[in-house]
Write a protein that binds this ligand. Structure first.
Ligand SMILES: *[C@@H]1O[C@H](CO)[C@@H](O)[C@H](O)[C@H]1NC(C)=O
Ligand SMILES: *[C@@H]1O[C@H](CO)[C@@H](O)[C@H](O)[C@H]1NC(C)=O
Ligand SMILES: *[C@@H]1O[C@H](CO)[C@@H](O)[C@H](O)[C@H]1NC(C)=O
Length: 451
């Protein structure tokens, strides 16, 4: 289920929006004598700019703290502050009987931290240690999206490298001790307690185990027999997969899967009104060139130039100094998912219907599907006259469809004054994605009506 939803979204955001020339669902070409009097904005032939990133912003913001989308697109582009509420339990597995006195890693799920519950000669080979902490005041964290805890080159760690070192440092990919120490040192002046990242599941790099958290328990556990075998021989793999050790390792992946789809990992409350997206082309124009012609999978931040780096650092300073949750109050995640729910699956079915259209009956079915997708916007007067040769009669349908979810938010002065820059960015992405969906769907429907 989760997987299917995701694939719809990819179709929606990648196929329909970036490569408009390749859309399989093109609006029919208007007749040669077509002269539009409708405002340019509701012109069915006006495709989004080739370098538009609205669909990427829409999808990344809608995917924050979700396991699957951030596994599929592992090079994170978003940095956003969040808080961990009082009473939240957090876990740390170790071979040490003492509570860490320096920054260390904690998991949101014990299935994940247990993987690190290890026996060592330091503890006399007598079991492993598993620490449970509880949050005693809201913890302030900074979240890096993507697979930001996957120790790998190629992009997943770009955003945290740039945050802490001002540049991408592939040679420090595995230097996790330096990374956590430097991040905590840097974050201290903003009162940051930690950093949230994701690998098989979510984790927090916690800066101080004696501040904002209390020990619930620190248990000396049974690590199991062959607790941490080396790399098994390939021929042994099938039997090992059935061994208790591998069942336990699988438990951590399974726990990550609980957060696969919206709303994802909810134990950290993200403040979208203070989000920074590297897909923001106004803030980071140097990345437009770097991304040009690249698959989304390959988008990286290493080409960020000095000017844009300065912009990022200034903006980061700004959002970290702002007070929590000071924006307009609009629930952006929910709004994005309202649009996703409304269209994602239906667009996928449309794609399928169009690929099988070969008879008049097939065409009727596709037209019925199109109409049902936008029927709430088809006015009683929305019909072509007998001599109609253009789609101007359908422009009001297009406009209503495209603006219905955002019209109030974008025009209410009381909201505009409170809306942060980050919120304006998100709003714009929802407007652009809605517009492109409605351009294509209403445009095709209108073409079918005129036939
Ligand atoms: C898109 O970006 C590329 C690379 O910066 C640039 O050459 C091209 O002119 C841009 N195209 C549009 C339509 O903005
Ligand atoms: C379209 O139909 C063809 C032939 O039935 C099939 O091979 C192809 O995979 C389909 N494409 C999509 C995108 O569904
Ligand atoms: C579109 O068609 C309508 C109705 O036939 C007509 O009144 C209008 O002038 C046409 N617009 C253009 C730009 O041709």
């Amino acid at each position: 289920m989760g997987f299917r939803r995701w694939s719809y979204l990819v179709f929606l955001s990648c196929a329909a929006l970036t490569r408009s020339v390749q859309i399989p669902i093109q609006v029919p070409t208007p007749p040669p004598n077509f002269k539009s009097t409708m405002p340019d904005i509701w012109d069915f032939n006006a495709t989004p700019s080739l370098n538009s990133t609205s669909h990427f912003i829409f999808d990344t913001v809608g995917s924050l703290a979700q396991q699957w989308t951030n596994t599929r697109y592992r090079n994170g582009h978003t940095v956003v502050p969040g808080t961990v509420p009082v009473g939240t339990l957090l876990y740390h597995g170790t071979d040490q009987p003492e509570v860490p006195t320096e920054p260390d890693w904690i998991a949101t799920d014990p299935d994940h931290s247990y993987v690190f519950c290890r026996t060592s000669s330091a503890s006399g080979n007598s079991g492993c240690w598993h620490l449970t902490l509880v949050v005693t005041r809201p913890l302030r964290v900074l979240y890096f999206d993507g697979s930001s805890a996957a120790k790998m080159q190629g992009g997943p760690m770009d955003s945290q490298d740039i945050t802490v070192w001002g540049q991408v440092k592939p040679e420090w990919t595995w230097n996790e001790r330096k990374r956590i120490n430097d991040l905590c040192e840097w974050g201290r002046k903003f009162g940051l307690d930690g950093f949230m990242r994701m690998e098989v599941d979510f984790e927090i790099m916690l800066c101080d185990f004696a501040n904002g958290v209390e020990v619930v328990s620190h248990l000396n556990l049974d690590p199991g027999k062959d607790a941490h075998p080396g790399d098994p021989e390939p021929e042994l793999l099938s039997s090992l997969f059935l061994s208790p050790t591998y069942v336990l390792q699988y438990r951590s992946i399974e726990a990550g899967r609980w957060h696969n789809t919206y709303p994802g990992e909810t134990r950290v409350k993200l403040d979208l009104s203070r989000l920074i997206s590297f897909y923001d082309t106004n803030l980071f124009p140097s990345l437009v060139f770097a991304r040009f012609g690249q698959e989304r999978w390959k988008h990286r931040l290493q080409e960020l130039n000095t000017v844009d780096l300065k912009t990022f650092q200034a903006r980061l300073l700004e959002i970290l100094k702002q007070s929590d949750h000071a924006g307009s109050g609009v629930d952006w995640s929910t709004l994005i998912h309202v649009v996703v729910n409304r269209y994602a699956e239906r667009l996928e079915i449309l794609h399928h219907l169009l690929n099988t259209t070969s008879t008049a009956q097939h065409a009727k079915r596709a037209q019925g599907h199109l109409r049902s997708m936008v029927v709430q916007h088809i006015l009683y007067t929305s019909m072509p006259s007998s001599e109609s040769t253009n789609y101007s009669w359908a422009a009001p349908v297009y406009e209503d469809c495209a603006t219905t979810h955002t019209r109030y938010i974008s025009s209410a002065p009381s909201l505009s004054v409170r809306m942060s820059k980050s919120e304006s960015l998100i709003l714009h992405s929802i407007q652009e994605v809605s517009k492109e969906i409605c351009r294509v769907v209403v445009g095709m429907w209108a073409g079918g009506v005129e036939l």
